[in-house]
Design a protein around this ligand. Structure first.
Ligand SMILES: *Cc1c(COP(=O)(O)O)cnc(C)c1O
Length: 429
């Protein structure tokens, strides 16, 4: 193969160089030799570029960026974003602990989620989070009670459910009235009024989050219109909302999607907000996937090639426990050879893992020319990849590496098998 630099679409940080794939300046073959597979590989430059696309899009407006930790919660990733001045959106006490351990600022952290426990609420209040995004009237009273016990006043923002269709996969749609999320729009004013009677609460805003992998502006604008109506109604009744939080959800390109860029989204949102006279109101956003999704890949080795009467299978050493999106949402992620062959033996392979489930596949019908031992890269794996990994089939979770120029940092060690049952006990007879 001639010496060439061939960039993959949408991911300029990953390119073929002399016939072999590199992340920034580090060859993937070298990473596999050093750290083994399966291995998650992230590009620091790509994370920073995606984060800058958001901060540049803010263009001097009062926009507070709160990275949604659940997309990829590795401490190194959180620390890169904390250094860029980002805050965080968390959905559990565990994520709060991660933010603090990574040097994140609790005063720039918002706490979302439908089932916050007393202990989680107390930890968040003690840490001094920016606000709790409240999802029901009963949670509101719970927060008031916990705050009273601690002798503090809890900053709260109500997450409303605007009943709009994000037009994404049903499992990642969260803004329909049939979903479990948020306070129904019709009840929002009543719940805001209730806040006035609870003395350990301070209302700081209004929030919504309508879903994930959103590839159109329409659903965002529909949600914003409902939020604007509510802000007017609620403020008319004497409650002031210091900020408006429109959540996360912006999609990325996995195949041929053409999601709006952060600048397109913010431009459209500010046009509406300005039109409604709310353009000066601080705006919070909680992007996750769009910050890290295309900044990571999953590196895996072909263990076995196997053909049945019906199909060709490439069994690889990564599986649904490492990357669940294909099994869970039938998600499509590109799969490329680290060192592509000449194509003479190319076949349509189902790329599958070794887990005992027929749903355990990473890609179907992929035209690849493979031999056992070849390395494959599953692209666009930076978000909801490692974060959703499990130990199903007693498979240790993968290691993670962050590439920075010509250096590669191990940011999570490969799990040891013994650690998987270290906390288990055989019961006496
Ligand atoms: C998941 C989630 C996000 C982030 O969504 P992305 O699609 O990753 O941008 C933001 N806010 C809340 C409340 C969430 O649950």
């Amino acid at each position: 193969m001639p010496s060439s630099l061939h960039m993959l679409p949408g991911a300029p940080w990953i390119a073929h160089h002399d016939g072999s794939l590199r992340v920034e300046q580090v060859p993937l073959q070298h990473l596999a030799d050093t750290h083994g597979t399966p291995l998650y590989v992230y590009s620091r430059g790509a994370i920073e570029a995606a984060a800058r696309a958001w901060s540049d899009a803010a263009g001097g407006r009062d926009v507070a960026l709160r990275y949604a930790v659940k997309a990829n919660s590795n401490l190194a990733v959180l620390s890169v974003l904390a250094e860029l001045g980002w805050g965080f959106d968390i959905v559990s006490g565990g994520e709060l602990a991660r933010v603090l351990a990574a040097g994140g600022d609790p005063a720039k952290t918002v706490f979302s989620g439908v089932g916050k426990t007393d202990a989680e609420i107390a930890a968040a209040l003690r840490a001094g989070v920016q606000c709790l995004n409240v999802e029901s009237d009963s949670e509101l009273r719970r927060i008031d009670r916990v705050a009273a016990q601690l002798g503090v006043c809890a900053p709260v923002s109500l997450r409303i459910n605007p009943d709009v269709d994000a037009r994404t996969h049903p499992y990642i749609s969260t803004g329909l009235r049939s979903n479990k999320f948020g306070i129904p729009q019709a009840l929002a004013r009543r719940v805001y009024t209730e806040c006035a009677q609870l003395h350990h609460l301070r209302v700081v805003g209004i929030a919504c989050h309508i879903g994930s992998q959103i590839t159109e502006l329409g659903p965002y604008l529909d949600a914003l219109d409902r939020v604007i109506d509510l802000v007017r109604d609620i403020e008319h009744h004497g409650v002031t909302l210091a900020h408006i939080d429109l959540g996360g959800g912006l999609g990325i390109r996995y195949a041929d999607e053409t999601p709006p860029r952060p600048a397109d989204l913010l431009g459209a949102l500010f046009a509406r907000l300005d039109g409604a006279g709310l353009g000066q109101r601080p705006l919070l956003l909680e992007p996750g996937r769009s910050v890290v999704g295309n900044a990571g890949l999953l590196l895996t080795e072909v263990v076995t090639l196997k053909s049945t009467l019906e199909r060709h299978f490439a069994v690889v050493d990564a599986a649904m426990n490492d990357l669940m999106r294909p099994a869970l949402y039938e998600a499509w992620q590109d799969i490329v050879a680290v060192r592509p062959r000449d194509g003479a033996q190319a076949r349509h392979y189902d790329v599958v893992g070794a887990v005992c489930e027929s749903g355990d596949w990473l890609g179907r019908e992929r035209l690849l020319d493979l031999r056992e031992g070849d390395l494959l890269a599953v692209l666009s794996a930076g978000a909801y990849g490692m974060a959703m990994a499990s130990n199903y089939n007693t498979r240790p979770r993968a290691a993670e590496v962050l590439v920075d120029g010509d250096r590669a940092h191990l940011i999570r060690e490969r799990e040891a098998v013994a650690a998987l049952f270290a906390g288990e006990h055989i019961a006496p007879r």
